[in-house]
Ligand binder design. Sequence first.
Ligand SMILES: Cc1cc2nc3c(=O)[nH]c(=O)nc-3n(C[C@H](O)[C@H](O)[C@H](O)COP(=O)(O)OP(=O)(O)OC[C@H]3O[C@@H](n4cnc5c(N)ncnc54)[C@H](O)[C@@H]3O)c2cc1C
Length: 324
Amino acid sequence: MHSRIIGLKVIGSGPAAHTAAIYLARAELKPVLYEGFMANNVAAGGQLTTTTDVENFPGFPQGILGQELMDKMKEQSVRCGTEVITDTVSTLDLSSRPFKYTTEFGSESNVHTTDAVVIATGASARRLHLPGEEQYWQKGVSACAVCDGAVPIFRNKPLVVIGGGDSAAEEALFLTKYGSHVTVLVRRDKLRASKTMANRLLSNPKVTVKFTTRPVEIRGDDTGFMNALLVKSTATGAEEVIDANGLFYAIGHDPATSLVKGQLETDADGYIVTKPGTSLTNVEGVFAAGDVQDKKYRQAITSAGSGCMAALDAEKYLAEKFGE
Ligand SMILES: Cc1cc2nc3c(=O)[nH]c(=O)nc-3n(C[C@H](O)[C@H](O)[C@H](O)COP(=O)(O)OP(=O)(O)OC[C@H]3O[C@@H](n4cnc5c(N)ncnc54)[C@H](O)[C@@H]3O)c2cc1C
């Protein structure tokens, strides 16, 4: 019989973290969730707080604003009994048990402990921070074709995808369903995408691949939406303005793994490795959920699903280890 309270912490505040917290709270494990304070440059609530309408999360037939969806998730995890702390976990030591951590607003000597932890710190899409990008963000500029491609502003309009890898190819092909034409800008003189994807892209009549070309400036009109892109040849330096009502970055994501670097196994792209079909990491008692461990799907609903898995895995672990 243990004589102390078992500690269980969730780090993060996106769909993965709040779903994990809802399940853990309902299992009476009294989770404490650190939602971060502009952690990794993202507001509490995660990536969906940076978007407008979310139309593919089940349960909201009319769509829902990203911020509102995250407010509702937080409200639900609090109502179920989660303690939400507005602070960023700044260090996490997984080398001994219980695990130790400190937070940004706490002093360095204020070391907390936990017996199990769910890492749901998310990821952020890489952007180029071009002139005009802030002004036209979500007004033509996006970092997720699957999320935003279907919105009316892109229908039958010329669109641009930036990137030369498999995701860029996939996003461009996806966008051909909506746009009048899709131009893919590739910095180098060849695609990094697999041969199959590259062939599908190059043979699609609705796609033009512009090699050795980089974007320079996003331009718009008095309606407040983007309508053109200034591009430059990396070979000749020649500049050109192309019509574009949408610009989609497909140049990769950075998973937020600085807390666990060198402590948890990560793959070549820095994503936390979980045992297939579970949320288990290579350290017992540490579970990972959401975009921080998923470089393939990266959607709110898949993040929520993996948050549920992490909670059920953590619950089983605590029951076996501590009889909780
Ligand atoms: C512009 C945009 C639009 C999108 N639209 C859609 C859409 O329409 N539909 C859809 O399904 N998906 C959409 N996505 C993808 C979706 O937002 C993500 O897949 C999802 O949010 C990932 O959830 P997550 O729980 O892994 O974490 P995230 O949403 O990435 O949130 C992680 C949170 O953890 C916090 N955090 C990080 N480190 C710490 C720390 N050390 N301590 C405390 N907190 C920390 C961060 O601040 C962040 O708030 C969109 C993404 C973007 C960028």
